[in-house]
Design a protein around this ligand. Structure first.
Ligand code: NAP
Length: 223
């Protein structure tokens, strides 16, 4: 597959969060490539997603193929498996690829969500240390619940925090988010802001439990 700027790959696009992101991006006219450890699983997920969006181009292949296929790669696998996913597919990242990290280091212990912050301070900083140097990294989509992303008739109607390892990473990511109706990107600055963003996702999970919702998310007042 060629490396296309109008195509976004979603690693873990077979899971609920990745599926939701893939759908919302495909709705904006971007071509989407679903990545999976299993090419057949990716292909069948892509077929199911495309069936929901007549006219959309959604394909699927293995993780390495998906990473190589796009200039923008969304990483939507469980945080505890994200570093090994990068390592297993290291050679597939072309220089200049933008990786958008969605992972949140929350674990559920007997049903109780707990944030397990990595030594680097956040999941995004942990992954930055493990990605090839010539790849750019941004954090986004971390506070948007899968359940809402997948309900395409519902507007997202929220803000999303974007931080990154460079202005370029933040601007490219914000431009993608701006395509999605009802989603306003908020530039939170350098990658260290991912520490706050990941805590906010944890907070959203706690609020969802308390208020029996699946849709808690954020809107910043005053900006
Ligand atoms: N769910 C939400 O509402 C939500 C909201 C915000 C952020 N997030 C974050 O988004 C990410 C994805 O969430 P999710 O709920 O969609 O997760 P998930 O369903 O648990 O996993 C997503 C995909 O990751 C791949 N995967 C699973 N185990 C793996 C392993 N050992 N090694 C490599 N890949 C593996 C699987 O794809 P294949 O088997 O096809 O390879 C799976 O379909 C997580 O980091 C989560 O913290 C989730």
């Amino acid at each position: 597959m060629d490396h296309d700027a109008q195509r976004v790959s979603v690693i873990g696009g077979t899971g609920p969060e990745g599926r939701g992101i893939a759908l919302r991006l495909a709705m904006t006219g971007l071509e989407v490539c679903v990545g999976s450890r299993d090419a057949a699983r990716a292909a069948s997920a892509a077929t199911a997603l495309a069936a929901r969006l007549p006219g959309a181009v959604v394909t699927g292949t293995d993780n390495a193929g998906a990473i190589a296929a796009s200039a923008v790669v969304v990483l939507s696998v469980p945080f505890r498996h994200a570093a090994e996913t990068i390592e297993a597919n290291r050679a597939a990242f072309a220089p200049g690829t933008l990786v958008i990290d969605v992972t949140v280091p929350v674990v559920f212990e007997r049903g109780r969500p707990t944030l397990v912050a990595p030594a680097e301070g956040s999941a995004s900083e942990h992954l930055r240390a493990r990605l090839p140097e010539e790849v750019r990294l941004a954090c986004a989509f971390k506070t948007i619940p899968a359940r809402l992303l997948e309900q395409l008739e519902r507007p997202l109607d929220c803000d999303e925090f974007v931080c990154g390892d460079s202005i370029e990473a933040r601007e490219r990511t914000s431009a993608i988010l701006r395509r999605v109706p009802g989603l306003r990107p908020i530039d939170a600055g350098g990658l260290e802001a991912a520490r706050a963003v990941e805590h906010m996702t944890w907070l959203a999970i706690l609020l969802n439990k308390r208020y029996k919702s699946h849709e808690g998310r954020f809107r910043v007042a005053g900006i």
